[in-house]
Design a protein. Structure first.
Length: 227
């Protein structure tokens, strides 16, 4: 039976790479994209649920997996409170909806270093989101912890770009325990998330650099795509 996948954040860097993969995959019968405004995408297998408040766009639906690509920066959000509203409240609200709908699989973009006990605000918020969603008890929860993401962003993230350039320069030294610091191409992460959504593994799995590459390769092989 072909699957129904709901994706949040399909207009962002990783979500916009996930969407065409889902629409082209023969295992997927329907894709639901939720957002504040319609996407400039037309496809018979795509349903778009939109509302000014993202969570208000949700409605009762039988869904096989949720892919959550929501995220921003404190600079773009404008304040810590606004950042929490996007990076914490929305993913947790989406996860609660998914639990109510008995969605078996949830895939989440988090961040390297996520820890609810961290003194670093960003890492602490990401850790709190992970902790909250894990406590909901999804049969399959895939948490992705990339370092710096690289790809064609619409908005400028100067700090992230500088960090990516520095890590790329240091890449030959990022081996062993340091390999998780390697920049993650957005298309690789997208393939990994789609594969985790379509071929879920029981339990909670936190994927770092090497695991994400392996999932992406497995997803590409399954669809006949060169990794």
């Amino acid at each position: 039976m072909r699957k129904t996948i709901l994706i949040a954040g399909a207009s962002g860097l990783v979500g916009s790479a996930c969407l065409p993969l889902l629409l082209a995959d023969e295992r997927v019968g329907r894709v639901i994209a939720i957002g504040r405004r319609p996407l400039p995408v037309g496809h018979p297998g795509l349903a778009q649920w939109t509302a000014p408040d993202l969570l208000e766009a949700l409605r009762p639906e039988a869904v096989d997996a949720v892919i959550c690509c929501l995220g921003t920066t404190i600079g773009k959000a404008g304040s810590r409170e606004a950042f929490i509203a996007v990076d914490k409240d929305l993913p947790l609200g989406l996860a609660r909806w998914a639990k109510e709908q008995q969605v078996p699989t949830f895939c989440l973009i988090s961040a390297l270093g996520a820890d609810p006990r961290s003194r670093v605000f960003y890492s602490r918020v990401k850790g709190e989101v992970e902790q909250g969603i894990e406590a909901m008890g999804f049969p399959s929860l895939a948490i992705f912890r990339p370092s710096v993401l690289v790809g064609p962003r619409r908005e400028k993230r100067i700090g992230e770009r500088i960090g990516a350039m520095a890590l790329q320069f240091l890449r030959p030294l990022l081996v062993g325990p340091l390999e998780d610091l390697r920049p993650m191409p957005h298309a690789v992460l997208a393939r990994a998330m789609v594969h985790a959504a379509l071929q879920p593994r029981p339990g909670t799995h936190r994927h770092r650099w090497r695991a994400m590459r392996m999932l992406a390769d497995a997803g590409g092989t399954a669809r006949g795509i060169s990794a």
